[in-house]
Design a protein around this ligand. Structure first.
Ligand SMILES: [Fe+2]
Ligand SMILES: [Fe+2]
Length: 183
């Protein structure tokens, strides 16, 4: 298996969540109200799965190793664009969290910001994924030997193994801090 295979499989799950978010956006537009719990779940998916787990493997393994190769100008430019897009996606997700918090606290005008952020994310992800799937991942495999590809794949499995522990370690630390602050 090539190291881009798990990444491409992850793209399919991200697309499914994006489809759900698209449908939810239509409902929000129709009803002029939002289910804050849905937003929280969508944000958890984006932050934990799409960003930490998926973009994490892209940036910390694939892009890191590509960084050590003599890339064509086009590939180097695309890789920089992809990383910039990851950063931009994080900012939009942060804005969605803020808007959802405002909404939960009774600020109904935050609805338009929530809709705007979801619209931005559902338009962003398919384009970003298409750029990787169709124009970057496969040609980039040419830079690596079989051994290098195998090592990357192994590192990806190791990366995934740590994530659930990281997520819940962070959750407990946050819960401890909140508890301390309330004492
Ligand atoms: Fe990406
Ligand atoms: Fe990706």
């Amino acid at each position: 298996m090539m190291p881009i295979a798990p990444l491409m499989i992850e793209h399919r799950l991200i697309e499914r969540m994006i489809d759900v978010m698209k449908e939810e956006l239509l409902l929000i537009e129709k009803k002029r109200k939002v289910d804050p719990e849905f937003i929280e779940s969508a944000v958890d998916f984006i932050r934990t799965y799409a960003d930490r787990c998926h973009h994490g493997k892209e940036e910390d393994i694939l892009f890191r190793d590509l960084g050590g190769k003599k890339l064509t100008d086009e590939h180097r430019r695309t890789m920089e664009e992809l990383m910039e897009e990851h950063r931009w996606g994080r900012k939009v997700t942060g804005r969605l969290v803020e808007a959802n918090t405002r909404y939960v606290h009774g600020h109904r005008e935050a609805l338009s910001a929530i809709m705007d952020c979801i619209k931005t994310l559902v338009e962003f992800y398919p384009k970003h994924i298409e750029k990787e799937d169709k124009h970057f991942f496969i040609p980039c495999m040419e830079y690596f030997s079989e051994e290098e590809k195998e090592a990357m794949l192994k590192e990806e499995w190791e990366f995934d193994k740590t994530l659930i522990h990281e997520k819940y370690r962070n959750m407990v630390s946050t819960a401890e801090k909140i508890l301390t602050a309330r004492k």
